[in-house]
Design a protein. Structure first.
Length: 364
């Protein structure tokens, strides 16, 4: 299942043409130049998965693929500030388009990759299993069901048509919206629509509503005056979790180093939780994706970065969306139902909270 992160990469690349006149790419490793107050807005570089060497699980350098979802761009703060070096761990972050990052992981070119819990299952079922060791965030409004004027609620969708890309994460969001309003897919007509075409389809009047992620959901709102979001991922927190997923070989061989990566992540979280840092943070984050801070801020706000206490809560085993375990079971069922892969997975094997829990016990 190629989820909603894909279109973010394409969208940011297009916007770069408008907001960036020139500039070199930032360093992609923890060993960067000394940061300055003004972060240059570089052209995004994308790694070539065909020429990249294979990662050695015992090489001493942890190779991590990351891409432009806000909860993963946040790693750039530690890269710029050289926190990995301060904590004594040798890490190289490699910048990819989202799908290419997963391809690089499957090809063994990196030790870890930033991906959703749903895509971790798909990657494991069809290529190479991994273990999620950090829950970075969950989508908090970037994914939406947007309805045309006159439709004020999900209940008003009964008997109406909805454009959504079947088998993708916003299809799952739509089903969740219907379920929470006592309805099912049988109460609407689902029109299978490529996500990047949903704004045009809504504006044309061919459907009554669409389900899409940013930037398509935002474009849909702009393309049809009077349209409105009637359900978003903020109404179903936990339907999409974003993780750092590590190969089992690298995790076993380098557990102490991965524990240091967890420590650095929570330095990032503490930094982001301090409002006094937000202007600087937005400069760093937006520069990585070649946008202006004001352009990037709405995407960042649609992402819920989890504090340590929040992460520990979501790591607790449970059956619903307020547990990473429960959410991942739900996504697994969805993937099987819509034939993303054939058989249910042992989803618990894809999650390991132990390093986060150990960090909490040591430093809280």
């Amino acid at each position: 299942m190629k989820t909603y992160r894909i279109l973010f990469s394409f969208f940011f690349s297009l916007l770069a043409l408008f907001f960036i006149s020139c500039g070199g790419a930032p360093s992609e490793t923890a060993e960067t130049e000394e940061p300055t107050e003004e972060v240059a807005a570089p052209e995004p570089e994308v790694e070539d998965t065909e020429s990249a060497p294979e990662a050695d699980s015992k090489s001493g350098t942890l190779k991590i693929a990351y891409s432009d979802w806000p909860g993963w761009v946040a790693w750039e703060i530690a890269i710029q500030k050289e926190w990995f070096k301060e904590e004594g761990v040798d890490v190289e972050f490699l910048w990819f388009d989202y799908v290419a990052s997963m391809d690089a992981y499957v090809a063994g070119q990196v030790d870890a990759v930033c991906m959703t819990n749903g895509d971790a299952l798909v990657t494991g079922a069809t290529g190479k299993p991994s273990v999620g060791i950090i829950v970075n965030d969950y989508s908090n409004g970037n994914d939406m069901v947007v309805a045309k004027p006159g439709i004020e609620s999900v209940a008003d969708l009964k008997g109406k048509s909805v454009g959504v890309e079947e088998g993708f994460v916003c299809h799952l969001l739509l089903l969740k919206a219907l379920e929470e309003n006592g309805m099912s897919a049988d109460d609407v007509t689902i029109v299978n629509t490529p996500t990047d075409e949903t704004p045009q389809v809504l504006a044309s009047g061919d459907v009554d509503a669409i389900a899409a992620w940013q930037p398509n959901s935002g474009q849909a709102l702009k393309s049809l005056p009077g349209s409105k979001p009637i359900f978003t991922s903020a109404d179903a927190p936990g339907i999409i979790y974003d993780l750092l997923c590590v190969s089992t070989e690298s995790l076993e061989a380098n557990k102490e180093d991965w524990a240091k990566v967890v420590l650095v992540w929570y330095r990032i979280v503490d930094y982001l939780m301090d409002e006094e840092n937000m202007d600087e943070a937005l400069k760093i984050l937006s520069a990585r994706v070649s946008l202006e801070p004001a352009e990037y801020e709405p995407f960042f706000k649609g992402t819920k970065i989890l504090s340590l206490d929040e992460a520990l809560k979501f790591w607790a085993k449970g059956d619903g969306l307020d547990s990473v375990y429960g959410s991942t079971v739900i996504v697994d069922e969805f993937n099987v139902k819509f034939e993303v892969y054939e058989e249910p997975l042992d989803t618990g094997k894809y999650l390991d909270p132990s390093l986060t829990q150990a960090f909490a016990e040591k430093f809280k």
